[in-house]
Write a protein that binds this ligand. Structure first.
Ligand SMILES: Cc1cc2nc3c(=O)[nH]c(=O)nc-3n(C[C@H](O)[C@H](O)[C@H](O)COP(=O)(O)OP(=O)(O)OC[C@H]3O[C@@H](n4cnc5c(N)ncnc54)[C@H](O)[C@@H]3O)c2cc1C
Ligand code: SF4
Length: 561
């Protein structure tokens, strides 16, 4: 059934519910796909339960905006707070590959400063790990995806990419022109996890711009393409359309498996020696809260009261500029040029931390929505704007909103079609966030004008939800330790974007996958002890490059380490 890029020569292994697995992973997305691959290669009995379908890229995907909405998690959620987040389509993924299927694939690293924001700036939080801890995993995942980018990338910890940059589209050229006019350095052609040359059985990018629709071509990295095939070859099972409803806690204070519902609504129980949650920054805390049981009335792993708190989204305002000459922003991946010149705290600003400016290439339907939001265009007015599509360019600012306790996921009284309480997501901008967004918007508009735009408008929006089950050294103020193990329950782990204590102004996907590879190395180094012992070994594991998918390690050498 599967398309050529996904074909595997062996049938997928099938475990029985009554068989006790070593690991069950909830959600096979960005983090879950990498974890599944590593644990299977290391010889563990492991299955991923995924609420969405197992995509066949040939059969299921179309190069069409309106036809791609099934890629998103559109189950009901309730939104609230003083600055409510738009949830639903264009928010997070559903199906094998999760959000890595519809991401634009920008893959910048976090900066060293991101891991010590509280120490440096007195705001936010410090991570329990440093940049040095994640660096080998950044280098490794950049080869596994692989990431194309410039030979010299100047910001944060300067480095270079082994795979060459992409050519520029019209939006990238506009960003270069605007930045150059203002003397702002700009990165050209990446970093982006899209092939700039053919790689293994994957063809290079054909620059048609349907990346957010899944990339039927296979040039864009998603764990569905990069990690899942190797996981299956090595004996992992993926049970798709399986919605995990509750984690079961045994009498000894250890989890014993998960309850899940199949497509017909029948409930099953999958036994496992350890459980890993990789369901995204909303569904992971929701599942922990929905798993409340006697003795854990506030939800599992929640003795700190932190589950669901410190949810973050990045400010993602889109600034659109009209040019006399056609731009044709559909021609190229949306993600192909950016500047991180304003990323770090600048003492001249009246706010801490900063922002990035990136290319965005909305296709016509998204552009129409932006014109509606930015210019209140409707009816004939909207039609006129849309007929003018080829003359517009779009830049996105990506701004660091700080972690706040009152930005949180709780349970609504509303229930979904399975009878499970849905997530209530409350979001409020604080003073620092508002000042940062104002400055970032002003700078992005300045760049757009400097590029030659004659009219500039903007749509306020947010991007990339992370946090809500944050990692930390102190069990009183965090949910998991630095390896993703919950402080309260020794065989329950969280491994996805929800563990971020702060988010920087970098797109989160590379960091999420790098953390997943690190958590996998930790679990592998612990062997059976995770299943039997309550003791925590906090020694960092050796990196196991040999467990990466074949032909993705030892290839291409980062140009500047
Ligand atoms: C339009 C768009 C563009 C983006 N572009 C970029 C980009 O350019 N660069 C970047 O770094 N990031 C980008 N992102 C963000 C990125 O996609 C996410 O940050 C990332 O995929 C999150 O990874 P995750 O592992 O936390 O969750 P996901 O990848 O979302 O995986 C979670 C999986 O768990 C499943 N699941 C959830 N609950 C359950 C349950 N109860 N039972 C079973 N399964 C469950 C879901 O179906 C899903 O497949 C973009 C996001 C959007 C919406
Ligand atoms: S532009 Fe490139 S990466 Fe994007 S969908 Fe087309 S082939 Fe895939």
């Amino acid at each position: 059934m599967l398309g050529p890029l996904q074909s595997i020569q062996v049938p997928m292994r099938r475990f029985q519910d009554h068989e006790e697995l070593d690991y069950v992973i909830v959600g096979v997305g960005s983090a879950g796909g990498v974890l599944l691959q590593r644990l299977a290669r290391a010889g563990f009995k492991v299955a991923g339960l995924e609420a969405g379908p197992f995509w066949d890229t040939e059969r299921d995907w179309v190069s069409d905006e309106a036809g791609s909405h099934d890629l998103y998690w559109t189950e009901p959620r309730v939104t609230g707070g003083s600055d409510p987040l738009a949830l639903g389509a264009n928010n997070c993924g559903k199906g094998v590959g999760g959000g890595s299927v519809h991401w634009a694939a920008f893959t910048p690293r976090l900066h060293p400063s991101d891991f010590e924001v509280h120490t440096r700036d007195g705001v936010g939080a410090d991570w329990p790990i440093s940049y040095a801890d994640i660096l080998p995993y950044y280098e490794q995942l950049e080869l596994e995806m692989p990431v194309a980018g410039p030979a010299y990338y100047p910001w944060g910890h300067p480095h270079g990419y082994a795979y060459g940059s992409h050519p520029m589209g019209g939006v990238g050229n506009a960003l270069i022109k605007g930045c150059t006019a203002l003397n702002i350095p700009v990165s050209i052609g990446g970093p982006v996890a899209i092939l700039s040359g053919s790689h293994g059985d994957r063809p290079h990018c054909i620059y048609r711009g349907f990346c957010i629709q899944g990339c039927k071509v296979g040039a864009k990295a998603s764990t569905l393409i990069t990690h899942v095939p190797d996981a299956l070859k090595n004996g992992a099972e993926i049970r798709d359309r399986s919605m995990v409803s509750r984690i079961e806690l045994g009498k000894n204070g250890r989890v014993t498996g998960v309850h899940y519902l199949d497509t017909t609504g029948n409930e099953h129980f999958q036994r496992a020696k350890a459980v890993i949650l990789s369901g995204y920054a909303i569904e992971t805390p929701r599942l922990l809260l929905n798993s409340a049981c006697p003795g854990h009335e506030n939800g599992l792993a929640n003795s700190s009261g932190t589950v669901g708190r410190y949810l973050m989204a990045q400010a993602g305002n889109v600034v659109l500029g009209r040019f006399e000459q056609p731009v044709r922003m559909y021609k190229a991946p949306p993600a192909h040029a950016l500047t991180e010149e304003f990323y770090e705290t600048d003492p001249r600003n009246d706010f801490a931390r900063g922002f990035a400016i990136q290319t965005v290439g909305p296709l016509p339907v998204a552009f129409g929505k932006q014109m509606l939001a930015a210019k209140n265009a409707w009816g004939w007015g909207l039609r006129r704007e849309m007929m003018d599509y080829n003359h517009w360019a779009a830049f996105g600012l990506l701004g660091e909103i700080l972690p706040w306790e009152d930005n949180r996921v709780t349970l609504s009284e509303d229930k979904d079609r399975f009878g499970l309480r849905v997530a209530h997501v409350s979001f409020n901008l604080h003073d620092n966030d508002k000042k940062m967004i104002k400055a970032a918007r002003r700078k992005t508009e300045e760049v757009m004008y400097a590029a030659g735009a004659t009219e500039v408008v903007q749509e306020a929006r947010y991007a990339h939800l992370v946090g809500a089950c944050r990692m930390g050294s102190d069990p009183r103020s965090s949910v998991v330790d630095k390896f993703g193990r919950s402080h309260d329950i020794p065989n329950l782990f969280v491994c996805d974007g929800s563990v971020f204590p702060t988010q920087g102004s970098a797109n989160p996907g590379l960091t999420i996958q790098s953390l997943a590879a690190r958590t996998a190395d930790y679990l592998i180094s612990q062997g059976d002890r995770v299943f039997t012992s309550d003791e925590r070994d906090m020694t960092s594991p050796p990196i196991r490059r040999e467990l990466a998918p074949p032909d993705t390690w030892g290839k291409g050498v980062p140009r500047l380490k």
